[in-house]
Design a protein around this ligand. Structure first.
Ligand SMILES: Nc1nc2c(c(=O)[nH]1)N[C@H]1C(S)=C(S)[C@@H](COP(=O)(O)OP(=O)(O)OC[C@H]3O[C@@H](n4cnc5c(N)ncnc54)[C@H](O)[C@@H]3O)O[C@H]1N2
Ligand code: MOO
Ligand code: MG
Length: 401
């Protein structure tokens, strides 16, 4: 029997670090930057107006007021996007729009609301400080500096900045291509009708969704019979072109453990992990391809994903920060836990403003077939290996989902 932490380390080492690749910005959301981004342009790239109004010299409006407006001829119109910008001559104004380049000679902008809005001449009812409503070249980013550091998680703001400094592709850690395989002679896919003894397949659906949410490219084989030859013949030809195989089922102690029977001696180590659910686990390389074998019970699949695959894949993609948050919470009812095993119970956590700890109650029992209860959970209650009873009112560790 090995510990949860030992198996997580083994799976993390097996999945490794993904190579760096260049992808279009649209495919980079949620991924981690593998190389510093240097700004190819300054932001803003040129001095420009922050408001719609008139570009003037501050000295020409120094004495302007409501009672004694300054009256200036309007010599140019500068909408955003105009690229030929004539110099402003003393004693004149250029009408200017937000984002348009400041003309040489002008040092300030008077907003249109403080003028009569004239197009041939303009009456200006206020003075203006030098630099007012002017956005300076490089005040956000200076050309040549590092705009985004390697290791940055690429969310909307980061992708926007990459585009603003002139990039349409970024170097990121390539998301793995994953093959998900559900085993079990009892598994049936809708719309086929169930016969007594058969069930509808659900594990691959959960795994595909969970893996895609991390950015993985995923294919699945949703129902392989518990027959070693069929398993090998179905999966072996698909190993080429995938970076990781995740199987469910067929790994415990019975007589038809297809995954265990097919892959023992082929490079996969099967083991018991000191946890509940999710005890029977395995990992290793099959024909060089990393394979992680999960137990078949649906709740065990999702708990194993949280405990092993999610951290391993995030690490392979270059994520280093905190992912799921651990918090402490007060138990609403007494829970029992098997001695020597880490128990992961589905729970519902609530927290109100100003409270140091929240409260948490279980959703459903410990049974690893109770999938409906999982849908009502927002966390996993984690009871340590040394805990056999966690009394009502005691503080426990909670992993927020
Ligand atoms: N004598 C023992 N029996 C069992 C042990 C043990 O230590 N000794 N461990 C139990 C535990 S814990 C688990 S977990 C399961 C794991 O078994 P397998 O990985 O071999 O999984 P299967 O037997 O194939 O399936 C278990 C269960 O889950 C259902 N299942 C499987 N695949 C799917 C799927 N894709 N979609 C929906 N449901 C699925 C399957 O019908 C079984 O009910 O072994 C215990 N037994
Ligand atoms: O350990 Mo099993 O994964 O309880 O169902
Ligand atoms: Mg079995």
């Amino acid at each position: 029997m090995i510990s949860v932490d030992e198996h997580r380390s083994a799976v993390t080492e097996l999945v490794g670090t993904r190579p760096a690749v260049e992808l279009p910005l649209a495919d980079c959301a949620g991924l981690v930057l593998a190389k510093d981004v240097h700004a190819g342009v300054s932001l803003p790239p040129f001095d420009n107006s922050a408001m719609d109004g008139y570009a003037v010299r501050s000295v020409d409006v120094a004495h302007a007021s409501e009672d004694e407006p300054a009256e200036l001829p309007v010599s140019e119109d500068i909408p955003a996007g105009r690229t030929d910008i004539p110099t402003l001559l003393p004693g004149t104004a250029h009408r200017i729009m937000t984002g348009a380049p400041m003309p040489e000679g002008a040092d300030t902008v008077v907003i249109v609301e403080r003028t009569d809005g004239g197009t041939d001449t303009v009456r200006i009812f206020t003075d203006a400080a030098p630099g007012a409503h002017v956005r300076r070249t490089g005040e956000d980013v200076a050309v040549g500096t590092v705009a985004l550091k390697a290791g940055t998680v690429l969310g909307p703001a980061q992708l926007g900045l990459a585009s603003a400094v002139g990039l349409d592709r970024l170097t990121v850690h390539a998301p793995p291509r994953v093959l998900v395989v559900s085993t079990g002679t009892e598994l049936v896919l809708p719309p086929r009708k169930l016969r007594h003894g058969q069930i509808y397949e659900s594990n691959s659906v959960m795994l595909v969704a969970a893996l895609r949410a991390l950015g993985c490219e995923v294919e699945s084989v949703r129902s392989v019979a518990d027959d070693v030859d069929t398993f090998r013949a179905t999966i072996e030809p698909r190993l080429e072109g995938v970076d990781l195989v995740v199987t469910s089922g067929g790994v415990s102690a019975g007589a038809y453990e297809v995954v265990k029977d097919a892959l023992t001696g082929a490079g996969i180590t099967f083991t018991k992990v000191a946890m509940q659910p999710g005890g029977p686990q395995g990992c290793g390389r099959w024909n060089g391809v990393p394979v992680v074998t999960l137990p078949g019970n649906p709740v065990s699949v999702l708990v194993s994903f949280e405990a092993f695959l999610r951290p391993a894949i995030l690490s392979s993609l270059g994520h280093t920060g905190v992912d799921r948050r651990h918090v402490r919470a007060r138990l609403l009812e007494t829970l029992e836990s098997p001695k020597g095993k880490r128990q992961f119970r589905r729970g519902y956590y609530t927290h109100s403003e100003g409270q140091v700890t929240g409260v948490v109650g279980p959703r459903g029992g410990p049974g690893s077939h109770l999938l409906a209860a999982f849908t009502q959970a927002n966390c996993l209650i984690v009871l340590g290996e040394d805990v056999t009873e966690a009394p009502e009112g005691s503080e426990v560790d909670v992993l927020l989902l």
